[in-house]
Design a protein around this ligand. Structure first.
Ligand code: GLC
Ligand code: CA
Length: 552
């Protein structure tokens, strides 16, 4: 049973701690969210994805959960959540929650019990292994590194065993091979679905089935050397089917996060009547200026970005459905990466058109709609994110402090986690007191209130794009085709449906450029649906970071 058609929708992602502080303690919360629901609805989106708002010691800001059925006291109460949910529904906004079940917090009661002994009722909830001994020295069970914090194993003297953590030490991995754990997951799903939420974004869901032997990974690949043995594992499909059955009962939508999952594997999750996910958050489109992670920075390559876009568009066409995004809480701000801070308004609007008109369901991350950019803090001590801080320190043998900080400026996901800039008053209107994390000093120029009053603003351009998309059968359902894929400065794609054709042309260049219509097109009879410069665009010319949407 499907309650709604997620393919027509677009979502707004809230990372609550930095969204809006409603009770004046410097931390974003559900009171702030409640006050901003009208604003969110005014964008023209149809749903909200909440990054985790559950109780959490915040080792990974909510992605380390200590209670799956409650709200973090910093953010409010279950009662306040119900209010937000009801009001969102009344405004026509669906609400999806983050389902983080690859791991819990080490302060979750299950783990507190599990670590006590090898025999208790929770002893098998996590992935415990005996040490390896080399003479007198005790070694971890294998050579895997964690993605966030040193080796992937932590020793527990009570059990004389190690537990696995693919992420931070405070994020022990659950043992999904234990049927009791899977029942817990289903119970959590039902808890929120019974309350009325509309689905889940499923955190690193492709990591939940580990290779039974946990073999050694390559010794010289840090951070991800264990990945081949915990990603897209042997029982993943079976487990996802179990969770799917619960979601189906409620007509809920499921969006799985899948770092590094290749397209071919993704097709097995996303296609066919018995598909286990409705959409997937793939990472290919996030790698046009880096290799594997933003910390291995490369110059931005438009052909690489276009290849990633087109690959997913073509593969899923008629078979599945894409989740479209350029930002979330895990990546630095896209204008600072793929656009230009110098041509801030132009590139911010162009990037919107570059992805919102592809086939799929767009996700817009808080602050993206006003063109927030990366923050550059003066020292590592000012950063908050566990991954940022540990990556910085792990390069200490090879790189100067200055160089490492420069990398943080380019790569840190903390750039996506600065308080949302609502107006130009102190603390950017986010809070009445000093916020928990630094406000980007550019808030006097970049803020919601200023952009509300400007017809040409990034904010109002997002609104126009979303309205156009929703009102156009061609943009919703049309076939996708890319032209001139090797062009280094222009991205040109077509959507076509029942005789109507729409071309979206995007300049990724600071220079003026000439461009040609593809074969079979003529300027005559074209209609300009949208342009990010005022006035009529000139046929065949693109100003810096100009975008045009044209219809035949
Ligand atoms: C996902 C989340 C990220 C988190 C990680 C571990 O990638 O999006 O924020 O740190 O999983 O839960
Ligand atoms: Ca607060």
């Amino acid at each position: 049973m499907e309650r709604f058609d997620y393919r027509r929708m677009s979502f707004y992602q809230i990372w609550i701690r930095s969204f809006a502080d409603g009770n004046g303690d410097g931390i974003g919360d559900l009171y702030g969210v409640y006050d901003k629901l009208d604003y969110i609805a005014s964008l023209g989106v149809d749903g909200i994805w909440f990054s985790p708002i559950y109780p959490s010691p915040n080792a990974d800001y909510g992605y380390d959960i200590s209670d799956y059925r409650n709200i973090h006291p910093d953010y409010g109460t279950l009662e306040q959540f119900r209010k937000v949910l009801d009001r969102a529904h009344a405004l026509g906004l669906r609400v999806i929650m983050d389902l983080v079940i690859n791991h819990t917090s080490d302060e979750h009661p299950w783990f507190l019990e599990s670590r006590k002994s090898r025999t208790g009722p929770y002893s098998d909830y996590y992935i415990w292994r005996d040490p390896k001994w080399k003479g007198e020295s005790r070694l971890p069970p294998n050579n895997w590194y964690s993605q966030f914090e040193g080796l992937a194993w932590e020793y527990c003297p009570e059990r004389e065993q190690y537990y696995l953590h693919v992420f931070a030490k405070k994020q022990p991995d659950l043992n999904m091979d234990n049927p009791k754990v899977r029942e817990e997951v289903k119970g959590i799903m039902r808890f929120w679905l019974d309350m009325g939420v509309d689905g889940f974004r499923e955190d690193v869901i492709t990591f939940i089935s580990k290779h039974p032997q946990l073999p050694d990974g390559l010794p010289f690949v840090p951070a991800i050397n264990g990945m081949p043995f915990y990603k897209d594992g042997p029982n993943l499909m079976a487990y996802l089917r179990e969770f799917r059955a619960v979601a189906r009962e409620y007509g809920a939508v499921q969006i799985g996060e899948a770092p590094m999952t290749p397209l071919k594997t993704a097709m097995t999750y996303l296609t066919g009547e018995d598909r286990v996910l409705d959409m997937m958050i793939q990472f290919d489109t996030m790698m046009a200026d880096c290799f594997m992670t933003e910390y291995i920075h490369l110059p931005f390559s438009l052909p690489k970005l276009k290849r990633a876009f087109s690959k997913w568009q073509l593969a899923l066409s008629g078979k599945g459905w894409n989740a479209l995004y350029l930002e979330n809480h895990d990546h630095p701000r896209v204008i600072s990466r793929y656009g230009s801070e110098e041509y801030w308004r132009e590139s911010g609007t162009m990037l919107a058109a570059a992805y919102l008109f592809q086939q799929g369901t767009p996700f817009i991350y808080q602050g993206q709609e006003i063109g927030m950019t990366n923050i550059r803090l003066g020292s590592i001590e000012e950063y908050q994110d566990v991954a940022t801080i540990n990556t910085y320190h792990s390069f200490r043998r090879h790189q100067s402090e200055e160089k490492r900080l420069r990398h943080v400026h380019i790569a840190s996901r903390d750039s996506a986690r600065t308080p949302v800039q609502w107006d130009d008053s102190e603390y950017a209107g986010f809070s009445s007191v000093k916020p928990w994390f630094a406000v980007n000093p550019n808030y006097r120029e970049i803020n919601v209130s200023r952009e509300e009053g400007d017809e040409q603003s990034i904010l109002n351009f997002y609104r126009r794009c979303l309205r156009l998309r929703k009102g156009s059968e061609t943009l919703l359902w049309g076939d996708y085709r890319e032209y001139f894929p090797l062009h280094r400065g222009i991205y040109l794609y077509e959507r076509s449906y029942r005789g109507e054709r729409i071309l979206v042309v995007c300049s990724f260049s600071k220079k003026e450029q000439d461009w040609q219509l593809p074969k079979g097109y003529a300027w005559e009879g074209s209609q300009v649906l949208l342009c990010n410069y005022p006035g009529e665009p000139k046929p065949g010319k693109l100003r810096p970071y100009e975008t045009q949407v044209l219809r035949w």
